[in-house]
Design a protein around this ligand. Sequence first.
Ligand code: SAM
Length: 361
Amino acid sequence: MVPFLYLLVPPFERTIAGGLVFAPISGVAALIAVPVCWLYNRIFSAPLFGMCGEEDEIHTRTRREPMPIEHALVNLMGRLEQDRSLDEPRHLRKRVEALDDLDACLPDGQPIGTALHRRARAIYDELESVNSRLYQAIRQDIQRGAGGGRLLEWMPDWNAAADFMNCRGYDYLDELISGVLRFEEPSTEVLPLESEMVSYQPTPARHIFDLIGRTALTERDFLVDLGSGLGHVTLMASICTSASCTGIELEPSYVDCARKSARSLKLNDVRFIQGDARAADLSDGTVFYLYTPFIGTILGEVLNSLRHEAVRREIRICTFGPCTRVVAEEQWLSVMGALEADRIAIFRSRYQTLGPGQVAK
Ligand SMILES: C[S@@+](CC[C@H](N)C(=O)[O-])C[C@H]1O[C@@H](n2cnc3c(N)ncnc32)[C@H](O)[C@@H]1O
């Protein structure tokens, strides 16, 4: 009866009357509904009312209030789900870029909440598992002594991609190398370095490929990485060439990691020596690599030792980073090829080899 009478009232008055009747009720309902919805969302990460699917959820949200990061994620996922080439191992670069893009859109370190994020995480995991299978296959080839060819397949063409090569940062090749070499996390307690010593930073993988390609190491070569860190250069050169390879590193925990990686890859000929490059025996080396491990008087001292070695035999010195400028000023060395910014430099000693019985000064 009440609803019927209510309909007889003219629209304007009906609205007022309706408002008077329903306002207190809806006020109470709102007081209950708001916390209930909030609690439900916190627990289940889903809307309480409507129970829309993930697409509806995306569209409702984006229609109401565009959220650039979610737009970007929806577009990105659409693109990645279409692109079947991402499943092919050789498209590592594309996959690493896709993983970086997903990383930028996914909540950092927080539990994955919405259906959209869960879907993105599934794509992320799938891309990572394609990468893991690729790294594992290369590791197995290295373990049976056939890894060099597999790694060298990834050697980038320096001239064809100058824009990509001439930057200092790390890229998909570093993902490849760390996936293959699989270093254990070094202990966080590293020894403090002297003021002229440079703390650890690995040579970007594309520069290691460049070093390996340009030095053309043979079985007569003996490569020494002075300040070898975790051993990227030493290990890669050992896998990809027939040269003997040694790393000399001051920090014991890095040496430990490098040795473990070598053992797990069954690289029995590579050596890692813990010690100060100033006191190291350099008498076997034919090619020395320095990614600016030290500067100032320490660099001067080590260059002096190398100059003495160069009197006995021809040596090559490869440098990367700021130490190149200093090494380029050494009169007993001549640069091979052109000196290019942000690229490994290779120097050759100028001395004539001494005959038997002659003494180096
Ligand atoms: C810039 S990192 C280069 C790492 C490695 N060569 C690479 O390219 O991946 C320099 C390394 O030199 C080491 N180092 C610094 N002074 C040293 C010294 N006097 N003797 C041996 N290693 C040293 C540091 O501990 C650090 O690991």
